[in-house]
Design a protein around this ligand. Structure first.
Ligand code: NAP
Length: 305
């Protein structure tokens, strides 16, 4: 017999969908994916999630959401779905453990860090190149760090990295930042932070681990070889939707196409969070989308009985 609802993804969107769906007695299966909690689980301090005036750590938030979902009957499955067949209902979802049949589906697969795409980047991942300050900052105590990007992530994580590095240089391709005023001010006030604007990394070099980067000023063309040990990249995200290519409508960047009620082009398949949202990208908006998708899935199942 098929399951009523599966949710793929365990970030704020997936877990909020799970809470709502479980409370509607849909007993959702929640496929965790490669890492429980999604992006917020590797974030340090979350200061803007309503209800927590003193802030909290990303993992605390997702752990609490999981507990709440399980309390109401959501079933958390520590598996990654790597194949789907959405051509007819019940939909088929396959992990290394087998195939599940489901009557409805919420896709909350989120997004992953975008890579710079420069020579040396892939080679030195885990050897000086990182996309996660919480995970790797500790390895760069008293070392020179470069943070790439000009958005909130670059600033927030750059500030966090000042706890470890001797100096943190924020390298940004323009001379204006996307980061919000509060983070911008904190970074400007921090004596360990320096700004390298109008600049990009052309190459990352080393010998077993990162030793230097080739910086290029995009205005003057000047190139400088800069010694550095840690390169932390925060240049946005790409949606985790490759699994659905050819089966669901998406835009040229891979964001799923949904209507205002989060229906994809396949009836019974809904999307929630950064798999479709290229604009707000906040834990709270993703949670809101999760709630909406669960309510729509419930309505869809009731109407299709
Ligand atoms: P983002 O806002 O999209 O910023 C990405 C940054 O990377 C931009 O400054 C962009 O430059 C730069 N960039 C993109 N591609 C690049 C490339 N190939 N080479 C060099 N630089 C490149 O991404 P984000 O900072 O991860 O933030 C994502 C969302 O999460 C945002 O909505 C943000 O507000 C939110 N967020 C909020 C908080 C908070 O509120 N505390 C913390 C973290 C994230 P350009 O500016 O030139 O485009």
């Amino acid at each position: 017999m098929s399951e009523k609802l599966a949710i793929i993804g365990s970030g704020p969107a997936g877990l909020t969908a799970a809470i709502y769906a479980a409370r509607a007695f849909l007993e959702p299966l929640v496929f965790v994916g490669p890492e429980f909690g999604g992006q917020i689980a590797i974030t340090t301090e979350v200061e803007n999630y309503p209800g927590f005036p003193n802030g909290l750590q990303g993992p605390e938030l997702t752990t609490a959401m999981r507990e709440q979902a399980e309390k109401f009957g959501a079933r958390i499955v520590e598996e990654t779905i790597d194949q789907v067949d959405l051509s007819k209902r019940p939909f088929k979802l396959t992990s290394s453990n087998g195939t599940y049949e489901v009557d409805s589906l919420i896709i909350a697969t989120g997004a992953s860090p975008r890579r710079l795409g420069v020579p040396g980047e892939d080679q030195f991942i885990g050897r000086g190149v990182s996309y996660c300050a919480t995970c790797d900052g500790f390895f760069f105590r008293n070392k020179e760090i470069i943070v790439v990007g000009g958005g909130d992530s670059a600033f927030q994580e750059g500030l966090f990295l000042t706890k470890f590095g001797s100096r943190v240089r924020i390298v940004h391709r323009r001379d204006e930042f996307r980061a919000g005023a509060t983070l911008l001010r904190r970074a400007k006030d921090n004596p360990k932070i320096e700004f390298v604007t109008n600049s990009v990394i052309d190459r990352i070099d080393g010998n077993g681990k990162v030793k230097e980067v080739l910086l290029r000023n995009v205005k003057t063309g000047e190139k400088t070889t800069t010694p550095v040990e840690g390169v932390f990249v925060f240049v946005g995200h790409v949606p985790n939707t490759q699994l659905f290519k050819g089966q669901l409508a998406m835009d040229h960047e891979g964001y799923l196409t949904v209507n205002q009620h989060l229906h994809t082009n396949v009836p019974g398949v809904f999307a929630a969070g950064e798999a479709h949202d290229n604009w707000f990208k906040q834990a709270i908006t993703s949670a809101g989308f999760g709630c909406m998708a669960a309510m729509e899935a419930e309505k869809f199942l009731a109407d299709s009985q």
